[in-house]
Design a protein around this ligand. Structure first.
Ligand code: 6R9
Length: 571
């Protein structure tokens, strides 16, 4: 197989369809798929849930296929409609209205999703938090957003610094809660009393829907603000990129604390009325494979960190499971190593489709679609309606093959509309009509985009620019290495030298010979200047909860600098 190109396996037919989509494209046409209320307004919760619950053929279809250790549940679209109506009534009773911020700090569960849509139904703005956040992370986000309500569990309550949150009026407790009081609301008790019927708050496409906090390299986390309009792009990319069909069983592994877990863990499947698998608990290779097997997952959207763990677990584990239900696999969050694409062809006989986007962009912008060829290591091409380019620091476009800032022409539906309380930060993303991503990349002659690194991660060693990703990709091709994180370490002679942090596969122990072998392996496989001069063996590589290698943290550790905001660090 020519690893430079993996041809499409979809028939010609699909390719023609996609060409047509591209040629006659307009976002307004996508909007025609939605039902508009007689008020001329809309609500994403209605589009994702109630619309299907009102359709006799769909109302009893499984919407949510939930499983976690010790709990399994199926909810139909009708169930989700009723449960979210009840929650909307609970919020109304406590005087929560359009534009208020309501945060969720709890594990993935049916209650989470009912509450999420209840929030949207009253026109409020939902703020999902990772359940693993500690007190400081919770404080920063609730303070900055001035949230009025928090939905959480008794277990997590100790991490909610109630005394420091003057805007917080109510805490809804899910699961054998305390008695209701002036602050605490008992979820079970109030849901039981609430009505199944609720009259949805119809909103404008430009009204607020979501607040996702994301960490930058410095300073406090920033609140990325999204509006209902985003669903237009969730809907469209679910069709072209996820390739969702009515009888699919879809699974997105992302937690809703991460934008992937809302855009593609909630909206994309449900806007299309597709059965959505939600798996709670922690993951292991057995758990990933087991979930695919037990629910007969057909479309799987996951992340390189998960896929690398499967590669490292080996074929023995994969062979214990029946995985033939899978027909389409996608990845997001970090560069997808070519090694993993090759492995996917062997392990699943399927291509793994990389997709690129950001919390700020709200939905996929660059992706590999089923009907086009994949070039392993490339993120793919812009989806219809998106103009992407490589620009210099003044916003001038650069020719193919030249590395620069990955940038998108302003004006797509799912774009953030603000950084909460921080207009100047928001404005700093734009140059000359381009949204500048902070990623460096280049474009090849055929329009495929190739990721090089976060701009702040790019290494300059003896005048050569080296993307940490290519070194990491080469490292994990070595049989001894499970994961790798690569940074530039200041060096008086070379500007920076390349330092690699690695974890070893089972059965390997650290030795001088092994490290030397690894160095040679990179040198022969990539180039002399890309070979790490220093290699340190670790038990784990620090990663965010969305699976991103925290190179910034590796660097701070290395240099003994303050570590900055680490609220999203996976323990
Ligand atoms: C959805 C999401 C955004 C940053 C982005 C880039 C990295 C995401 C990638 C990728 C290489 C891909 N990233 N997808 N890098 N290839 N396919 O991940 O949002 O958490 O905000 O991160 O993630 O560096 O700028 P977010």
């Amino acid at each position: 197989m020519d690893m430079q190109k993996v041809p499409s396996r979809e028939g010609d037919h699909n390719l023609k369809d996609y060409k047509q989509v591209k040629e006659n494209f307009s976002w307004d046409k996508v909007k025609e798929n939605f039902s508009w209320n007689e008020t001329g307004k809309i609500n994403a919760a209605y589009e994702a849930i109630d619309r299907h619950a009102e359709n006799p053929e769909k109302k009893n279809k499984t919407a949510l296929l939930y499983s976690a250790p010790g709990r399994e549940e199926k909810l139909t679209f009708q169930d989700l409609r009723n449960q979210s109506n009840r929650f909307a009534n609970v919020l109304k009773k406590h005087d929560i209205n359009k534009g208020d911020r309501v945060f969720l700090f709890m594990p993935r569960s049916p209650e989470f999703y009912a509450a999420f849509f209840g929030i949207l139904k009253v026109g409020a703005i939902a703020g999902p938090l990772f359940e693993a956040f500690m007190e400081q992370a919770v404080r920063d986000r609730l303070q900055d957003s001035e949230a009025r309500v928090l939905i959480t569990t008794p277990d997590l309550l100790e991490r909610v610094p109630q005394d420091d949150l003057p805007s917080l009026e109510k805490i809804v407790l899910v699961g054998n809660g305390l008695e209701s009081s002036s602050v605490f609301v008992d979820y079970e008790a109030e849901m039981k009393q609430a009505s199944d019927e609720f009259s949805i708050e119809w909103v404008d496409l430009e009204d607020g829907m979501l607040l996702h906090y994301t960490s930058g390299s410095t300073g406090k986390p920033k609140g990325v603000y999204h509006v209902h309009n985003a669903m237009i792009q969730h809907y469209a990319t679910a069709e072209w990129v996820l390739d969702l069909k009515q009888d699919d069983i879809y699974w997105c592994t992302a937690d809703p604390g991460w934008v992937t877990g809302t855009s593609y863990g909630i909206f994309a499947p449900w806007l299309h009325g597709v059965t959505n698998v939600i798996r709670g608990g922690r993951f292991s290779p057995e758990d990933w494979y087991g979930t695919i097997q037990n629910h007969e997952v057909s479309v799987w959207y996951t992340a390189p960190t998960a896929l690398r763990m499967l590669v490292s677990a080996g074929a023995e584990v994969a062979n214990k499971f029946a995985l033939s239900s899978l027909r389409h696999i996608l990845s997001v969050g970090e560069p997808l190593n070519p090694e993993v694409v090759t492995w996917g062809l062997k392990a699943f006989d399927l291509r793994i489709h990389d997709t690129w986007w950001m919390t700020e962009t709200g939905a996929m912008l660059i992706a590999n679609i089923p009907s086009e060829e994949i070039r392993p290591g490339s993120m793919g091409k812009p989806v219809p309606g998106i103009e992407a380019s490589i620009v210099d620091n003044e916003g001038n476009e650069l020719p193919p093959k030249q590395m620069g800032n990955l940038a998108i022409k302003q004006g797509w539906p799912s774009m953030m509309r603000a950084i909460w309380n921080n207009q100047s930060k928001y404005e700093s993303y734009f140059i000359n009509g381009w949204y500048v991503s902070g990623d460096s990349a280049y474009k090849d002659e055929d329009g495929y985009f190739w990721f090089q690194g976060r701009l702040d991660d790019v290494i300059n060693t003896s005048g050569e620019r080296v993307g940490p990703f290519e070194v990491e990709s080469k490292l994990i091709e070595h049989e001894a290495i499970a994961e790798a994180g690569v940074i530039g370490k200041p060096d008086p002679e070379r500007g920076e030298i390349i330092k690699a942090f690695i974890t070893l596969n089972n059965g390997y122990t650290e030795s001088e010979e092994l490290l030397e072998d690894i160095r040679k392996f990179v040198k022969n496989g990539l180039s002399a200047h890309a070979a790490p001069r220093e290699i340190e063996v670790k038990d784990a590589i620090p990663k965010t909860r969305s699976g991103k290698i925290m190179r910034r943290l590796l660097k701070s550790w290395e240099l003994g600098l303050p570590t900055g905001d680490t609220s999203t660090l996976e323990e």
